[in-house]
Each structure stands twice: as C-alpha cells, then as structure tokens.
Write a protein that binds this ligand. Sequence first.
Ligand SMILES: Cc1cc2nc3c(=O)[nH]c(=O)nc-3n(C[C@H](O)[C@H](O)[C@H](O)COP(=O)(O)O)c2cc1C
Length: 345
Amino acid sequence: MLYRYLLKPILFRFDPETVHDTFIAFGEFAGNFPPLRALIRLTYDYRGKSIARVVDGITYRTPLILSAGFDYNGRLTRILPAIGFGGVEVGSVTARPCEGNEQPRLTRLIRSKSILVNKGLRNDGVETIIARLKRTPRVPGFVIGVSIARTNDALSASNEAGIADYVESYRRLSEEGIGDYYTINISCPNAFGGETFTTPELLRPLLSALRQVPSKKPLYLKLPISLPWEKLDELIAVGIEFRISGIIIGNLQKDYSTLDFRKEAPKDYRGGLSGLPTKARSNELIRLAHAKYDSRLTIIGCGGILTPEDALGKIAAGAELLQLITGMIFSGPGLLKKIANAIAR
Ligand SMILES: Cc1cc2nc3c(=O)[nH]c(=O)nc-3n(C[C@H](O)[C@H](O)[C@H](O)COP(=O)(O)O)c2cc1C
C-alpha cells in the first residue's frame, strides 16, 4: 500500500535510471545498517511454512531470484533476503567495465506494464564486482548467482575476442570462488558489432571454451525468447552436449507488437521489453522445454511475473525457480511475500 499509493506515484515522476540508482544506494545502506534491515525484514520478509527448494545442489529459502540487470554491480546481497528473495543474479558482468549505451537506457511503458531496456550492459566490470562481493559479508542461506556477458566495447567485437571475454570473467569468478551458480547471457548484442551467440555454430565454441575452466558449480544458459522454438531447441541441444545444468527462459522481448499499447514505445527498435510483453512467450517456451527436457535440465522461469498468479502460472508451466524484476518495480517489494504465500498455499 505504502509503495503503491505513496512512493510509486512520486518515483514514477522521475527518470527511471535516477530512481534505480537511488534505490540501489538506499538498499545498500539498509543492508549494512542492522536496525533498518530488521525493520524491512519485519515488514516484507516471508515467514510462512517452508517453501525451500534444493536445485542443482543449492538450497533456496524461497524459489524467488532477482533477475539479472537490477543489482548489476552486486550491491544488494544483504538487503534482498529481507524482502523474501531466495537469491539474486548479479550482473550481467563483463570482463571490462562498461559505460553502457547512451541515455535514455530505461523507459517506463506504464500502461503496457513494461520497461524498455537499452542498458548496453552497463556494469563495473568483473574485477570490481569480485572485490565488492568478497568484502561484503554473506547472509547465510542467500544464493548469489552471477550472470556473465560479453563486454560491450570495440575490443570484444569479434567472435574470438567475445569468447575470450566471457571466458575471462568465468575464469576469474571461478578462481575467486565468487558465485554459487553462473549464467551465460548469450543474447545481448554488442553495440560495437559482432553477433550474439544465439546460433549453434557460435554457441558451440563458446561453451567449449568455457568448459576448459575448472568449475563444479551449476552453469545455466539464458535464452532469448524471440527465436522460434526449433531454433531454441538447437541451442538447448548444444547446451546439453556441454553439460549445462539448466536454462533460463528467458530474456527481453524484441517484438514491439506484443505491447498492449504499441504507441508507448518508439517506432524503431531501441532495446528489449521487460514485463507483460514477455509473459505469454516465456510461458509457452517453458512448457515446450519442460515437455522435452524435464528430467535433464533445470528450468528457471523469467518474464512478466507481475502477480502471484503469474508466478504460479510459471511453476505450472514447468519452472523450478522463478526470476523477476519488473513486477517488483511496478508493485513494490511487497510482491515477493505475496508470491511466497501463494506458493505456500
Ligand atoms: C532494467 C533491466 C536491466 C536488465 N539487464 C539485464 C542484464 O544485464 N542481463 C540479463 O541477462 N538480463 C537483463 N534484463 C532482463 C531481465 O533479467 C529479465 O530477463 C526480463 O526483464 C524479464 O523479466 P521481468 O519481466 O520480470 O522483468 C534486464 C531487465 C531490466 C528490466
């Protein structure tokens, strides 16, 4: 109520990225300030019967993970457990720091319940993020995954340099023991050129190179939702060849015709859509992947979880874990407890 009727109307008057940066600063401060953290926990944390899940050897207190892109610099790992999250996917991180694309990087499409994302992988770079996560005391039982992408700069534009870039981040994270699981984000385009790794011909050498890095931790592949199922299926088959533990379905929606209010978005493509426009397609793909790969792969459902019913819909489609961002931005941190209660029921 507080968020919806007081905070949100004020916050939504300001530039989304400024609000985001303010929230990160507040969340980081609250996480390190025990009285405020305790107050937030009292208000927002889930305290019902256990809905814990063990997935690929990792225990999640709740099956709810903050999806990649919100806590991209790993600053919120101490406050997120207090609002009902079982884990966070930090990143996407890249081997070198990235400024990101030119502003505006985020645009709210309020009536369509979506955010137009054109962030261009803005992040502090893997070394800074490793150092930050190392010096931040961990909250016991809270899972930290790390999403890895290719640096968005001219140096990593070629496919070979792109692969080396992914490998560098993965190797450094593994060496330092940072991250409980890793996700390879293959579908972010590089503004400086080069392909995304969304064909079997490109994905195979990427996974082959990543598999040279010694690691026993689960490795997931985050899939685009804009490809036909047959194409995705080919990518999943390559993933299985290289013993990935699972797939995240999926990333942002590129098709603007899925917007309820098409006019809210610019005419030409300027980034992917989150929230409601991703929901139907993500659910459809989860269902197809579940029917074919159920026992062989973990499926993490992501895209358009705006209500507890949406979360249950993803579980019914075959997802074992859930990831979200936009629902929390539109409904506030109280959404997590509501979802957790619905799962418990
Ligand atoms: C602001 C923002 C930034 C994002 N950045 C990333 C990113 O860096 N890496 C990634 O894999 N996905 C990124 N995404 C996509 C989300 O992780 C998620 O796949 C997508 O938003 C669908 O979930 P949602 O509808 O719950 O937001 C981003 C999404 C948003 C809204």
